[in-house]
Each structure stands twice: as C-alpha cells, then as structure tokens.
Design a protein around this ligand. Structure first.
Ligand SMILES: Nc1ncnc2c1ncn2[C@@H]1O[C@H](COP(=O)(O)OP(=O)(O)OP(=O)(O)O)[C@@H](O)[C@H]1O
Ligand SMILES: CC(=O)N[C@H]1[C@@H]2OC[C@@H](O2)[C@@H](O)[C@@H]1O[C@H](C)C(=O)O
Length: 382
C-alpha cells in the first residue's frame, strides 16, 4: 500500500463545528496537503452538545449513552456525513483531490478522564461509512488508553511528519502549539519520537466567558479583550493549579478548568485576562520539555486572538524563541487537526503507531482505531 487520499474530520473541544481536510500520504514521511472546509454548528446545537457534556458525566463504561447522548451521537454523525458530501461535491472535478480512499473520524469528545482510563467520543463509524460509502477509521484514542496512555494528544505524530517536511523549519527542535478549546504542544526533535502534552485552557474559557457575559460565541479578533486589561491576581490563581506543576504526559477534559477564578471581572477584563492565561499556560510548559526550542509554530483558532499570540510572542522572546503562525510556515492553521486525523487514519490502516510513550504515556508505541467498512458490516480493530 503506497499513498492514500484521506479525508480527516475534527469536531473539537471548542464545539464550534466540523473541520474537514483532505490529505495524500503514505502515513509516514510523504504528506501532501489538500483543500479544507468548515461547517459551523449553530448556537442551539452547540448548547445541545454542552448539555451532552453533563449527561456524559454519568458514563462509567465508554459505550454507555445516557440521556440525550444516543440521539446526539446519531445527529453529530449525520452532520459529519452531510459535511463530507458537501466537501466531496466541491472536490469532485479536482483531478488531484476528487477521489478519496478513506475517512479519519474523530467525533466529539464528551468526556475525558485519563486517570480512570475513560475517554468518550460521540461518533458512529459504521453509520458514517454507510452514509458516505467510504471506509471510516474512528475511535482512535481508545487503544492508547488500553496500553496505559492518556488517550490524548494524538496530533503529535502528524506534527512530527510536518516538521520534518517543512522548509520553514531550518533547525530542530521545533515546537507545534495547537490553541484549540484546550491547548497542546508537540516538541519535535530532529530524530526520534516527539514529546507532547496538553498545556492548559486554550479558547474554551474565553468562549465560555464571552458567551455568558457578552452573548457572542467567541472573542473575534480579540476585540472584546482589546477594551480590557490583565488582572495579574486572576492569572496567578489559574497558574497556581497543580496541573501546571505536573510533567507530561498529561491531558485535560474540557471541564477541568472553569471560570471560578475570573468571576469578579468585567467582560473586557475577563476576556483579556483569560487570553493571558492561555498564553502563559503554554509558556509555563517549556520547563517540562527536554530543551527550550527556538521556533514555535502556532495552529488552531487561538492564533486569531492577537492577545494570546502577542503574549506568547513576548514570553517566547524572553526565552530566545520565535513564534510563527502556521500560515507563515506554509500551513493552514485551521485545518491542521483535520489533516492530522486523515494522516492518523492512514497510519491506523497500516498498523503504524499513533502514539508514543513520550506523547501519551502509553507503555510502548501503539496503533489504534477501529475500521468501519463501507458496506456497514462490523469493523475490526486496526
Ligand atoms: N477570528 C477569530 N478570532 C479569535 N478567536 C477565534 C477566531 N476564530 C476562531 N477563534 C477561536 O478558535 C476556536 C476554535 O478553534 P479550533 O477550531 O482550533 O478548536 P477545536 O479544534 O474545537 O479545539 P481542540 O483543538 O481543543 O479540539 C473558537 O471557539 C474561537 O475561540
Ligand atoms: C480528549 C480530547 O478530545 N482531547 C483533545 C482536546 O483538544 C486539544 C487537546 O485537548 C488534545 O489533547 C485533544 O485533541 C487533539 C486534537 C489531539 O488529540 O491531538
């Protein structure tokens, strides 16, 4: 099996919608990035997923679907199927990207409790395979947990392949930072396995704050934060938390951090302060890396908040490092995670490792994922 064309699908912890991307890869060093696409969730659906996070707290075994979760899983899957149909219609006449071989399907995380080996992503692989007529690789976090890992982050294998292929990366080590709902970091050495972990809240607290206090889904362009100032005591209260003292591997549930520390702030000060928390949480993670890297490449929606990026740049400069936005490195920072799920699907199909001891804490490098065949017959473990 040489190169395959895979569509990656990511519905992340921000719960803002479905990111799609197409990638041609051998699952190893060959990576050719194709077009990407985004289908937003309307506000009411985002609220329904948020309510689902509450239902998910009752889950003890990962296939349980209490409350609204079974219906929600079906709805999320059907939305993915529609998104794939629209994306493929756009690509149909494209000689390079018009035909895909498989789908990498993340689903929607509703619960992540690594300390008890439980991670739950809503996403019905066989249903998606049946609707799209393509094989679907899904449930890619579970096998890592079976092997003692955190089940996250999974994107590091892709970050490593990208780093080694990017002309913008002139020297190693390099660090990738993904500022999503939660942020995570991947340290890529010139040779050998990457080192990775979640670093803290990314946009999730900012989103929650401006939704509740300002009635808007997110702080577009950091405009609300621009009217406010940083409350140092509040930043310090967040950064004192024991999570930041832990070395990696470590991973977070979306609800591990709350707005409790920010409650007394005004809208704009809260947005500005929480942006500072996001940046400083990332900077704090440097002490848990094998060495201080000179180049940081920033992906994820948080790179569009100039306060997060500005604070990160200032802090990195103090460490002698440069911060580069994904686009300046020749990447699409909105599509990186969806691309990663396409890449991981091909790796899963080939039985290549998805995770490593230094990225999730698994006992040995392990593959993962379940393959759902397009004819709807039961899948098999990758
Ligand atoms: N123009 C913008 N200005 C500021 N912030 C933005 C902008 N566009 C998106 N964002 C932020 O980025 C978030 C989405 O980021 P992204 O898609 O990387 O997260 P995700 O994939 O859901 O999360 P995760 O990586 O944790 O799974 C939005 O919820 C919002 O907070
Ligand atoms: C359990 C889960 O869905 N975790 C997400 C979340 O969002 C960011 C961070 O926390 C990361 O660990 C992970 O997603 C990325 C894509 C990953 O697994 O690499």
């Amino acid at each position: 099996m040489s190169e395959l064309c895979a569509i990656g699908l990511m519905s992340g912890t921000s719960m803002d919608g479905i990111d799609l991307a197409v990638l041609r890869t051998d699952g190893e060093n060959a990576v050719e990035r194709g077009p990407s696409f985004f289908v937003p969730y309307e506000a009411a659906f985002r609220r329904r997923i948020e309510a689902g996070l509450e239902d998910a707290k009752r889950i003890d075994k990962r296939d349980e679907r209490p409350g609204d979760l079974a219906a929600l899983e079906r709805n999320i899957t059907l939305r993915h199927a529609e998104a794939v149909a629209t994306f493929r219609a756009k690509l149909r006449d494209d000689a390079r990207w018009g035909r895909s071989d498989l789908i990498g399907f993340h689903g929607q995380t509703v619960l992540h409790r690594p300390h008890v080996g439980l991670t739950v992503q809503l996403g019905d692989g066989p249903l998606l395979a049946g609707k799209t007529g393509l094989p679907v690789v899904y449930d890619m976090r579970a096998n890592d947990m079976v092997h003692g890992g955190q089940g996250a982050p999974l994107v590091p294998a892709y970050h490593a392949a990208l780093a080694r292929a990017l002309p913008a990366v002139a020297s190693f080590p390099v660090v990738f930072v993904n500022i999503g709902g939660i942020s995570n970091i991947t340290f890529v050495p010139e040779k050998g396995d990457p080192v990775a972990f979640d670093t803290g809240p990314g946009n999730a607290l900012i989103d929650r704050w401006v939704q509740r206090e300002g009635g808007v889904p997110f702080d577009a362009g950091g405009a609300i934060a621009s009217e406010g100032g940083v409350s140092r005591p509040v930043v310090e209260r967040y950064l004192e938390k024991s999570f930041f003292k832990l070395p990696g591997p470590k991973s977070l549930d979306r609800n591990d951090f709350t707005l409790a520390e920010a409650e007394d702030l005004a809208l704009a000060d809260g947005a500005r302060t929480l942006a500072a928390v996001s940046a400083e949480a990332i900077l704090k993670s440097v002490k848990h890396l094998p060495q201080s890297p000179k180049l940081w490449i920033v992906c994820g929606g948080g790179r569009k908040n100039p306060h997060i990026v500005g604070d990160l740049r200032e802090g990195a400069a103090r460490l002698g490092a440069e911060v580069m936005l994904a686009e300046d490195a020749g990447l699409d920072g909105d599509a990186t995670e969806a691309e990663a799920w396409a890449y991981l699907a091909v790796r899963a199909l080939k039985g290549l490792p998805l995770t490593f001891p230094a990225t999730t804490g698994c006992r040995e490098a392990v593959s993962g994922g379940v393959i759902a065949r397009a004819d709807g017959l039961p899948g098999r473990s990758a």
